[in-house]
Design a protein around this ligand. Structure first.
Ligand SMILES: [Zn+2]
Ligand SMILES: [Zn+2]
Length: 347
């Protein structure tokens, strides 16, 4: 039986260890830890996890350091690449992957999936990609088949990750084999923009790989925090949200302030008397809403916790324990796992 697995190619934030600094979560001497958050969904013949039995690989995000890990792990070109948003720590590896494919596959274009606005922004940054990439646009809330993997579909759901993150999205992958399973990659998020149907589709995902940049809120970072804990940072989050206008939140998706791209999807926000109502502003709030079975927090920096809350940056084990203890306090039954690079999870 062919089986699908999730593999961790990298779990870091933008600069996991800034030059001249130390970070207890990432080892300065461990090259494999330089990779940013990046993952693969991989199908192995008979479930045997080696290079020879690998049939299909879909890669999600390819930032700094992810390619050396691909070379180290199987030295194989993924069959397609999915980019959550146009920030360097998520797309800088595209060129290496696509050039490898183009040069050694009779100048075939390499398949990349993203939202249209995300892709336009990447092309502005690296224009020559247009010649070597076959782009597949993903529309918010619309499930797409993936020609490279006939048992899997993908749906992009918009998220707000600041004004520079054009077309930023989380991706839900649904694996349809004997056993049906769902894997959600949040990408980078300050908060998601999900209508009721989206919440339904996200219920009980098997794995939720989630941006957990800080333990406590620092909304100016444009990233999710894990929790407001015992009201830690709740006030700053509320103040920030009170000053945030819907036009600003929608512009990275619809275009200019007056833009109406995907107006169908975003209608639910305009129809609400308060557009902020019901939005999960922390990872814990989100988990409470969608009940994932296992949560893999990634993209941890902790620098804001240290600077604004005087809380130490945790190492991997401390983080896993802190998350599971805090979750228990809040009555969440989800299991948190800090994954290592190269780890596999059965879907
Ligand atoms: Zn990032
Ligand atoms: Zn980002």
């Amino acid at each position: 039986m062919d089986e699908w697995f999730l593999r961790i190619n990298g779990r870091g934030n933008a600069w996991p260890v800034p030059l001249g600094q130390e970070n207890p979560f990432y080892c300065r001497n461990g090259e494999i830890e330089y990779a940013n958050a990046s993952f693969s969904l991989m199908q192995f013949e008979k479930g045997i996890k080696d290079r020879e039995h690998l049939e299909t690989e879909l890669m999600i995000d390819a930032g700094h350091g992810s390619i050396p890990n691909l070379l180290r792990l199987y030295n194989r070109i993924p069959d397609a690449l999915f980019i959550t948003h146009p920030h360097f720590d998520h797309f800088l590896g595209i060129d290496w992957i696509a050039q490898s494919y183009y040069r050694f596959n009779n100048k075939q274009k390499y398949p990349v999936y993203a939202t249209e606005y995300c892709w336009d922004t990447i092309l502005e940054t690296i224009p020559h990609l247009e010649e070597i990439i076959a782009f597949h646009p993903l529309e918010p809330g619309v499930k797409s088949e993936i020609p490279e993997a006939d048992q899997i579909s993908v749906t992009a759901f918009p998220v707000f990750h600041g004004v520079s993150a054009k077309g930023a999205a989380m991706f839900l992958f649904e694996v349809e084999k004997e056993k049906y399973s769902k894997v959600l990659f949040s990408g980078d998020v300050l908060f998601p923009l999900l209508n009721e149907q989206a919440y339904e589709e996200l219920q009980n995902v098997d794995y939720c790989i989630v941006d957990s940049n800080n333990r406590f809120p620092y909304p100016r970072s444009n990233h999710w925090s894990m929790t407001t804990g015992n009201n830690q940072g709740k006030e700053s989050l509320i103040n920030f949200m009170n000053n945030l206008k819907l036009e600003v939140v929608l512009e990275p998706h619809t275009g200019l302030p007056s833009g109406n791209r995907y107006s169908g999807y975003f209608k639910y926000l305009k129809d609400q008397s308060d557009w902020k109502e019901g939005i999960p502003f922390t990872v814990f709030d989100f988990i409470e809403r969608i009940h994932p079975k296992t949560v893999l927090p990634v993209h941890y920096s902790g620098l804001e916790d240290e600077k604004y809350y005087n809380k130490s940056v945790l190492n991997n084990l401390e983080m896993q324990n802190w998350l599971n203890n805090s979750a228990q306090q809040f009555g969440l039954s989800t299991n948190f796992v800090i994954a290592e690079i190269g780890d596999f999870f059965s879907t």
